[in-house]
Design a protein. Structure first.
Length: 95
């Protein structure tokens, strides 16, 4: 049941403009992240001005979820997804 953690390099891309507003983290080596896993990127906070795009390298710690947390996360995600079933994208009222 113990957690397994390891450090890995990562690339961070941040953009704030009229067309895009995003922050992406790509882990080196195409590491798969599963339900319940955690990723923590190390380093100082970054500020991006409007109209600016930056990319830089950092180190991230990946903590693998144990079987109990992985199962709980999958179960919770299933019920969160079912909330979308109550949303209607049709104009007007339902009959």
């Amino acid at each position: 049941m113990a957690r397994r953690s390891f450090d890995t390099p990562c690339r961070i891309a941040i953009e704030q403009s009229e067309a895009h507003f995003h922050a992406h983290v790509e882990l080196a080596g195409d590491i798969e992240i599963g339900p319940g896993d955690r990723v923590r990127v190390h380093g100082e906070p970054v500020q991006v001005r409007f109209g600016e795009t930056i990319e830089f390298q950092r180190t991230a710690t990946v903590t693998r979820a144990g079987p109990l947390r992985r199962g709980w996360t999958r179960l919770a995600a299933y019920f969160d997804l079912s909330e979308l079933y109550e949303v209607s994208f049709n104009p007007g009222s339902l009959r």
